[in-house]
Ligand binder design. Structure first.
Ligand code: UD1
Ligand code: CA
Length: 457
């Protein structure tokens, strides 16, 4: 859009009702801080960076949002009117759109409709309103005999009759810049909360004979504000619903969509099937044609195409390439990289371990600080003893090596290409390529021993 429009985002409040150490706008919904959604929205509406009014924990907020915004500082949180006052020197445009950092679900289309309505009606101010069954603590919209918006009364200042009003202020406004600047200076704190209310500008503009309009939006969910953990959960639920809806439209199957938790940052390719109770977080990317079984939990994991993640697989900061199979109940810890066709089976834990194409560790193993070559077969119960109590050491299993069950690989150690390690061995020295290493005590057989023993009893 044009330079005629400027956006201000109010984000200085602590959010007392969150009962948190963290400032409200940095609370996460579907993996992203609330403020991110509002900054995204601002960028959809205008190319100019929005002005974010920061106060509580402003370093943290500024560090997070970075150069996607400019800033105005509100040292003391004296109300929404006071917040916008702090940005007054930065207000240059003909139109100023004001958003709240704690209202993350608004769609760009809705704001575009608000802007259009504002221009069409040549208003000094146009705001979004909604009808709520329970208007709670929202500001009440008081209309005059002709149905025009007369003023906003905050819930805490409202009389009984006003409190019964169902139409409330969504907290999203577009102002004529000049009128905004001149009236901001006149705000007072003469109200129940002793704050400078931005909402008082409505009454002031009306008394000046200016036009104030309201756009009633049908779906209140779009302007839900987050003031409590309960509202945070509601907002997160709505974002989740939108994420799953989008993924389904992109070709992903969900067997029970209401049970999954998927961050808005996650992508999934078509023809992947997601089972119930799956959690996908952070930068996780999943390719096409995968099967993600119940209870899978991935955090920052890159998954290729046609991968099968079986029940209970947990992975973080890992890479899983095409056609690999993992689980059930496997744990891929940071630095795990599985090449194509790798198979990691039941109760296997990996950490900082790369597996070459076609390598297998099918049962009950711990593979850490390891480089596993292509087509290596790791038998059940194999342990890389990577830690000597002081530092970590590396295990290298070259291509095609065969590690028998119940082997301990005491690192640093290397098993050469195509070599065999006999079951039950403790390997402390490098094994040359194509050889066999065995380190078990030879078996002793005492003929008739058991029969003798039974006789004695
Ligand atoms: C505000 C409106 C109310 C509306 C509701 C919609 C006022 C006086 N009331 O109430 O009519 O129905 O939003 O969600 O405006 N903030 C600052 N500095 C401050 C105070 C607040 O930056 O000094 C920021 C907050 O961080 C938040 C936003 O402004 O992002 C809204 O503040 P909040 O205290 O949640 O206002 P409400 O009580 O919800
Ligand atoms: Ca609020």
């Amino acid at each position: 859009m044009s330079d005629e429009l400027q956006i201000i985002i109010m984000a200085a409040g602590l959010g007392t009702r969150m009962k948190s150490r963290t400032v409200k706008v940095l609370h996460r919904a579907a993996g992203r801080p609330l403020i991110d959604y509002v900054v995204d929205l601002a960028h959809e509406i205008s190319d100019a960076a929005p002005v974010v009014v920061v106060g509580h924990q402003r370093e943290a907020v500024q560090q997070h949002v970075g150069d996607r915004a400019r800033y105005a500082v509100q040292e003391q949180q004296l109300g929404t009117g006071h917040a916008v006052q702090q940005a007054i020197d930065q207000i240059k445009a003909k139109e100023v759109l004001i958003l709240s950092g704690d209202v993350p679900l608004t769609r760009a289309e809705t704001l575009l409709r608000l802007i259009e309505e504002h221009r069409r009606s040549r208003n000094a101010l146009t705001l979004l309103t909604m009808n709520l069954g329970d208007p709670g603590l929202y500001g009440r919209i008081v209309r005059d005999a002709k149905g025009a918006v007369e003023r906003i009364v905050e819930a805490k200042d409202a009389n009984e009759q006003q409190r019964a009003i169902r139409e409330v202020n969504a907290g999203i406004y577009i102002f004529d810049g000049g009128h905004l600047v001149s009236n901001l200076k006149k705000l007072s704190t003469n109200n129940a909360q002793g704050e400078y209310y931005l909402t008082d500008l409505i009454g002031m503009l009306r008394e000046d004979g200016k036009r104030v309009g309201a756009l009633l939006i049908e779906n209140p969910v779009e302007v839900l504000g987050v003031n409590s953990r309960s509202e945070l959960a509601t907002v997160e639920g709505e974002i989740q619903r939108r994420v799953v809806e989008r993924l389904m439209s992109e070709g992903v199957t969900f067997r029970n969509p209401s049970t999954v938790v998927i961050d808005s940052t996650v992508s999934i390719g078509p023809d992947t099937v997601v089972y119930p109770f799956v959690t996908l977080e952070g930068t996780t990317r999943i390719g096409t044609g995968c099967v993600i079984e119940p209870g899978v939990h991935l955090q920052n994991v890159a998954v290729g195409n046609d991968v099968h993640l079986k029940t209970g697989t947990v992975a973080e900061d890992a890479v899983i390439e095409d056609e690999a199979t993992v689980g059930p109940y496997a744990h891929l810890r940071p630095g795990t990289e599985l090449a194509r066709h790798v198979k990691i089976g039941n109760f296997v834990e990996t950490k900082k371990a790369t597996f070459g194409e076609g390598a297998k560790a099918s049962h009950l193993s711990y593979i850490g600080d390891a480089e596993v070559g292509a087509d290596v077969n790791i038998g059940a119960g194999t342990i890389t003893c990577n830690y000597d109590g002081v530092s970590k050491h590396k295990t290298v299993l070259e291509d095609g090596a065969f590690i028998g069950s119940d082997t301990q690989l005491v690192a640093p150690v290397r098993v050469g290409r195509g070599a065999y390690v006999g079951a039950g061995s403790t390997i402390t020295k490098d094994v040359p390529p194509d050889s066999l290493a065995l380190s078990r005590v030879p078996q002793k057989v005492v003929e008739g021993w058991a029969k003798q023993r039974r006789k004695k009893k």
